[in-house]
Design a protein around this ligand. Structure first.
Ligand SMILES: [Zn+2]
Length: 419
């Protein structure tokens, strides 16, 4: 992933480089700042004033050291940048005039430069009716972005921003809604890129041909399902787990306890060193997974899975699967050596992403199936933002088509460009 990042082409427009923020020296100090400011009480008044002015607390209600070390103007800029770039507003009276004039005392209002038409900055965006200071959204965005794949939990937001748990949770929800919206654009971009790449592509019709060479310089796409949170024996009141819908660990309670879904089953579509898409699904049937795959992958895409996708046969002609239960022909071994990867067919790209997901979601402890889609969207958005960048979202949103800059961003394009 690191190598991939280094080869990214020059960006224009929306620059978001986490390294840049190191130039804000306040942030480098921030674990230490409460300590420094406390000590400042005993030091002469001049030094004290210097330290306090560095703190830059703008909130009137917050206690003196509540947001010590948080560079509030920096995060406020991020929020404004997000609003300006992703949710542009146009003046209804002047043609093609973007509303971009700010009022210094009212950060939630924006005006037209020409006719002074005035409207809410936040309406019709994920920040509609947002009552917290604007910079807090920027903080959550920035922290989630740089901490990925570690997730930012509501408890962490509570403690760092000094707001209630409920407020933190709602703030996180807003970010998740923003992420879900933007993920749609990543989906469109990926679909378009794959369509271009595999327009006239065919894998050898004989499934026992090694395709390693054929796929070497192309996007490798895998799909798989995994259980994220499952119904434990304790949740089932001591009953043994049972297989409700085929997954090894059931996401449903026992029928005698109502059979409610309490766990999450995740379907993963992943491109090697590229974007990933997670979906919370109720079961692994063709009618559930089929539409999802159809929505994300063009019909000629080579797709690699395990044996759970037999129904793809005849629809996706470049679909290949590997038998994870292949038995060894020799009596002394139980399993075949090539049961994970055979003739260059494997589903490790999806499995790897699921491993990452499971590790990271450990921090949440549990999410209900109702909200699982939001959490998965957030995670997928952050991952895709790391591999595809944020710029292409804006290019795509503006022209409603894939920008030329985006064409170079899938790994195989880079491989072809720099062999
Ligand atoms: Zn106007």
């Amino acid at each position: 992933m690191q190598n991939f990042d280094l080869k990214k082409p020059e960006k224009t427009g929306f620059e978001y480089n986490p390294l840049e923020m190191q130039s804000f020296d306040q942030n480098l100090l921030y674990p230490l700042l409460p300590f420094l400011t406390n000590r400042a009480r005993a030091t002469p008044a001049v030094e004290k004033r210097n330290l306090d002015s560095g703190k830059r607390s703008s909130s009137k209600t917050s206690s003196k050291f509540k947001h010590a070390g948080i560079n509030i103007p920096f995060f406020e800029q991020i929020t404004k940048k997000i609003l300006n770039d992703f949710y542009k507003k146009f003046c209804p009276h002047c043609e093609d005039q973007i509303l971009d004039k700010e009022i210094s005392t009212r950060p939630d209002v924006i005006r037209c430069r020409v006719c002074h038409y005035q409207t809410s900055r936040l309406s019709s965006t994920p920040l509609q009716q947002f009552k917290l200071p604007l910079w807090m959204f920027g903080y959550v965005f920035h922290e989630s972005f740089i901490q990925h794949p570690k997730v930012l939990t509501s408890t962490e937001i509570t403690k760092r921003l000094g707001i209630s748990y409920k407020a933190a949770l709602l703030l996180k929800r807003r970010f998740q809604i923003f992420a879900s919206e933007q993920l749609e654009i990543y989906k469109r971009i990926t679909f378009k890129l794959l369509e271009d790449e595999f327009r006239d592509f065919n894998l050898p019709p004989n499934e026992n041909t090694d395709i390693t060479k054929k796929m070497a310089k192309r996007s490798y796409i895998c799909a798989d399902t995994a259980v994220l949170y499952s119904a434990s024996a304790r949740a089932n009141k001591g009953r043994k787990r049972f297989r409700h819908s085929g997954a090894t660990a059931s996401i449903y309670l026992s029928d005698k306890l109502g059979g409610k879904q309490i766990g999450t089953l995740v379907h993963t579509i992943a491109v090697k060193r590229g974007p990933v898409f997670f979906h919370s699904v109720p079961n692994q049937k063709a009618n559930t997974l089929g539409p999802i795959i159809k929505e994300h992958l063009p019909i000629r895409t080579p797709l690699f899975t395990d044996q759970g996708y037999r129904w793809l046969w005849g629809i996706y002609r470049n679909h290949r699967s590997v038998n994870h239960n292949a038995k060894s022909k020799k009596g002394r071994y139980r399993w075949a050596r090539n049961r994970w990867s055979k003739y260059g067919v494997h589903s490790q790209v999806a499995e790897g992403n699921q491993r990452l997901l499971k590790t990271s979601f450990g921090a949440y402890c549990y999410t209900t199936p109702e909200y699982s889609t939001l959490y998965l969207n957030e995670f997928a958005f952050l991952k895709n933002a790391k591999v595809l960048g944020l710029d292409i979202l804006i290019q795509d949103g503006a022209e409603d088509s894939v920008g030329i800059g985006a064409m170079l961003l899938l790994p195989q394009h880079i491989v072809q460009k720099f062999p």
